[in-house]
Design a protein around this ligand. Sequence first.
Ligand code: OGA
Ligand code: NI
Length: 348
Amino acid sequence: MMSCQAWPEPIVRVQSLADSGLSSIPSRYIRPHSQRPSNTTSFKLSQTEHDHGHGRETRDHDHVNIPVIDLEHLFSEDEILREKIFRHVDEACREWGFFQVVNHGVSHELMKSSRELWREFFNQPLEVKEEYANSPTTYEGYGSRLGVQKGATLDWSDYFFLHYRPPSLRNQAKWLAFPQSFRKVIAEYGEEVESEVGACLRVNFYPKCPQPDLTFGLSPHSDPGGMTILLSDDFVSGLQVRRGDEWVIVKPVPNAFVINIGDQIQVLSNAIYKSVEHRVIVNSNKDRVSLALFYNPRSDLLIQPAKELVTEERPALYSPMTYDEYRLYIRLNGPCGKAQVESLAFQP
Ligand code: OGA
Ligand code: NI
């Protein structure tokens, strides 16, 4: 097993590179030709059909959007209304692995202030941020790469990673150094949005990039955990979701969360729900902040296809594995499309 103690090369902050005003990006951020954003098609359709909130994709002018689901009646007395939402979520999970939710109950004010506070953090002087520098052992803190492969092509982004749960994984040092008011908002954001066993937050910062066609803000990957709740920038898009051989641009609905299924739910559901590959592109005139909250299973439990979903016609596709073992892969290798969950499936 590779060592996970230290980064293999000196860490360069992408934001510092962007702020230095360079006109071309260093070679370590440049993707081979075939993998560049511009050489992989983005999905566009000519239809102008509107199909809002029906679990199916939504379209506006010439773009296909991921489904938008209204959660207003999620806890309604009316069973028919509730069932309708469940059906939409089920459909979106089967068809897309991705959807946006509106009327989710989280205060819009809190969403906004969380994003703004994190933006303020990234706008602090470098020396301040370096006090939170992370290591690949836990990833907690201020980071600029995923994976420890020496010589790997890197993504055009920095991030801040925090554990909410379980409390034993929470590194107080990474929290305590923040101003009191900031700590309060981080904690409040966590309480409002999470209620699961394992929960951690990665705040992504994507600086402006002089050559956005040569690199990614975040390379294609599926999320390793259970489910992700993403607070995207309301105005700057960048997230793209794989749909067959094409990439669909997620157009953020203001005050919505983007929800997606991770690899653990693919395993639990015996691949009825599949985690879907996604990536982030950057742009030359606007930076972007996103808050990704990952819900994960307890890390020492064996995760395997639910018994109810395993039949003679549809045998278990995956062997049991703990999340502790599972996440080591992305921690070592960085984002690798869907290579990990696919490598786990039994060969037919
Ligand atoms: C992630 C992720 C998307 C985004 O953090 O895993 O996919 O838009 N983020 O930042
Ligand atoms: Ni992701």
